[in-house]
Design a protein around this ligand. Structure first.
Ligand SMILES: Nc1ncnc2c1ncn2[C@@H]1O[C@H](COP(=O)(O)OP(=O)(O)OP(=O)(O)O)[C@@H](O)[C@H]1O
Ligand SMILES: [Mg+2]
Length: 628
């Protein structure tokens, strides 16, 4: 209803006006109707009375034979406010006297003429001439003879005036009544509409911004049910504000936990689609945080990882129980920026997130990057194996030494035996040579695994030879040409075992990077620190003509666990080597290039240059750590 007003005040006023107008109008109508009937009856009775009174007076005037009295009576009756016309006719209907106009020319109406027989029979009758025009007639009888009729016509304007006056009074009463009620309604509606408008305004402000709703608490201006409502509303808003502040504290806590937790967190709906993730999770997937929302797992993660997480999430939705420590392994890096090759491992747990005790709304997924942990476990396993193998090799070498000494002595005795032919002497010296070689191998093996706890002067050639001889068989198999360029007498003050470990890794890396027929150069020179020329020491170069490294690999080679060798490498070799070199206050410089198909003349390869200072400072600065 568009036309119906929206405000309570105007609705009440409109309703009241409509209702009261209708009821007063109806009341007036009924009143007028009733009044009209009553007036009709009164008028009829009065007409009958006037007609019989005129007939009586005419009868008397006839007895006295005074026609003037008759004319006078006719006029007097016609002067009555309820009478319009009065007239006297003879029994045949001829008009004898008329209150107004000329009686000689006047004639009875056809209705009146048809009424004459009735009148003659009854003596009196009332008839309707037209709508609301009533006429009463009375027979005039003198000495038993019918002498005529007295006719009286009703004055309608009198009744009309009566009704108009009644209607006017009713209307004035109605207006006064309606005005008084309207005033009452306006006063009453003020006490309802005003506080309600205030409440409406306050609630509107609240909806727009809870924090900036300055109207609260709302003033309680009325002392009725609406006043009570405002008071209840005020206390409701106060408790809501309290709850909100608690809630926002909790939310900020959760937000900061989500943002700063060092683990990947993601929440998924029944889709399952991402509804929220934290930055660490986005870093793990390698997809920007904003691109996760609304996406499914296979859209963002490679298979089979996505499938496994999806299965776990669905299981949590079905069983409503958490799934713990699911190990996920990926083959390919998810983002070139985040990782550069090799396998990675995640540990994932999924748990139900309930919004009500009955309903699991989301599933939270916690993801931990366990790649480094797994690699370090593997590295530890490997190094333990190596250590065991080393100890075994050393003990075998040690055990071989004793019988070897016996064999050497026996060969010496045999050589001095005079009965030996020249041929036999040759065999003995060949056997001596082989035994000597065995002795050398055992000595080197023992030297390699014997760790010194204090720095000492070490002959560099011996150290490097022992490393190279370790790889000799591999190098032979690969047809790798080794160029040794060092002074056999040059020595250095260092932890020999550790420096040997550095070169073993450098040489091992070079062999890994080379193919058949490549070259390996090991060069040692007395030199100066290239950053501080006053410092003396040795410069060692290990150079190969292997595959070389692209810049993005070269940048990361000293990082722990960085490897391009997948299962065969731990990525710890250069990291440990760097630590050892730093302990010796050494320097390292790497140059490397890969083959360029556009430039066939350019050969690939890698050069590691190392500077090791030669001086007693090493013993003071790092000896403690070595012992620990
Ligand atoms: N001479 C080289 N030529 C080409 N690449 C090399 C060379 N030396 C090192 N690298 C690269 O540097 C990476 C790291 O070497 P590092 O010695 O630290 O680990 P690794 O050899 O992979 O494993 P580990 O030494 O533990 O067996 C290697 O995976 C390889 O990609
Ligand atoms: Mg290595």
């Amino acid at each position: 209803m568009r036309w119906w007003p929206r405000s309570i005040r105007w609705q009440m006023l409109g309703g009241l006006l409509l209702l009261e107008s209708l009821s007063i109008g109806l009341f007036a109508l009924l009143l007028v109707q009733q009044q009209r009937q009553e007036l009709n009856q009164i008028a009829r009775r009065r007409l009958e009375y006037e007609a019989s009174s005129l007939a009586l007076q005419t009868h008397e005037a006839m007895i006295e034979d005074r026609p003037a009295w008759i004319a006078n009576s006719v006029k007097t009756v016609a002067d009555s406010p309820t009478v319009e016309v009065a007239k006297i006719t003879d029994p045949m209907g001829k008009v004898l006297f008329l209150s107004r106009g000329d009686a000689s020319t006047a004639v009875l109406l056809p209705v009146e003429l048809t009424e004459l027989p009735v009148l003659k029979q009854r003596g009196a009758a009332c008839l309707t001439l037209a709508r609301n025009v009533i006429e009463c007639a009375q027979a005039i009888v003198k000495g038993g003879d019918l002498r005529g009729y007295a006719w009286v016509v009703r004055n309608n304007s009198w009744a009309h005036e009566q009704l108009v006056s009644l209607f006017g009074d009713t209307t004035i009463f109605g207006i006064v009544w309606i005005a008084a009620s309207a005033l009452l309604v306006v006063l009453m509606s003020r006490s309802i509409a005003q506080p309600l408008a205030l409440l409406h305004h306050g609630a509107g402000e609240l909806t727009e911004s809870f924090e900036n709703s300055g109207s609260f608490p709302l003033p309680v201006t009325v002392n009725n049910e609406i006043g009570d409502l405002i008071e209840t509303f005020n206390s409701m808003v106060a408790s809501l504000a309290e709850q909100r502040s608690g809630l926002s504290d909790t939310l900020s806590l959760l937000d900061s936990m989500l943002a700063n937790a060092p683990i990947g967190l993601a929440f998924l709906d029944r889709g399952p689609r991402f509804v929220r993730v934290n930055q660490v999770f986005a870093d793990l997937t390698g997809v920007p945080l904003s691109r996760h929302l609304g996406r499914t797992l296979p859209e963002l993660l490679p298979q089979p990882v996505a499938g496994e997480i999806e299965k776990a999430v669905q299981r949590v939705f079905m069983t409503e129980e958490a799934v713990h420590n699911l190990e996920l392994n990926g083959e390919k890096p998810l983002s070139a920026a985040s990782r550069l090759g090799g396998a990675w491992t995640w540990l994932a747990s999924a748990y139900p997130v309930r919004t009500t005790p009955q309903q699991v709304r989301w599933v939270g997924v916690i993801v931990l990057d366990a790649t480094e942990r797994k690699r370090s476990e593997e590295a530890l396993r490997k190094s333990e194996k190596l250590a065991v193998t080393g100890r075994l090799a050393a003990s075998i070498a040690h055990e071989i030494n004793n019988p070897l000494e016996g064999v050497t002595n026996l060969l010496f005795l045999l050589r001095n035996y005079s009965d030996l032919s020249e041929m036999a002497c040759n065999y003995v010296s060949m056997a001596e040579n082989e035994v000597h070689r065995i002795a050398e191998i055992t000595q080197q093996t023992l030297r390699f695994y014997r760790q010194s706890t204090l720095p000492a002067r070490t002959t560099m050639s011996e150290l490097l030879d022992s490393v190279l001889s370790l790889y000799q068989s591999r190098m032979n198999a690969m047809n790798l040409r080794v160029e040794r360029d060092y002074d056999p007498e040059m020595d250095l003050f260092c932890f020999a075992g550790e420096i040997r470990q550095v070169f073993a890794n450098l040489v091992g890396n070079s062999i890994d990077a080379t193919r058949d027929g490549a070259r390996l150069l090991v060069r040692v020179r007395r030199s100066h620190n290239w950053k501080n020329p006053s410092e003396n020491g040795v410069r060692i170069a290990v150079a190969d003509t292997g595959a070389g490294m692209p810049p993005e690999v070269r940048k990361r080679i000293f990082e722990a666990f960085f490897t391009t060798k997948d299962e065969t490498g731990t990525g710890l070799g250069l990291w440990v080597s760097y630590e050892i070199l730093m302990k010796h206050r050494g320097l390292v410089h790497v140059r490397s290039r890969t083959a360029d198909p556009g430039c066939p003349g350019r050969s690939p390869g890698t050069v590691f240059q190392i500077f090791l200072p030669d001086g007693p400072a090493l013993g003071n600065g790092a000896g403690g750590r070595e012992q620990a």
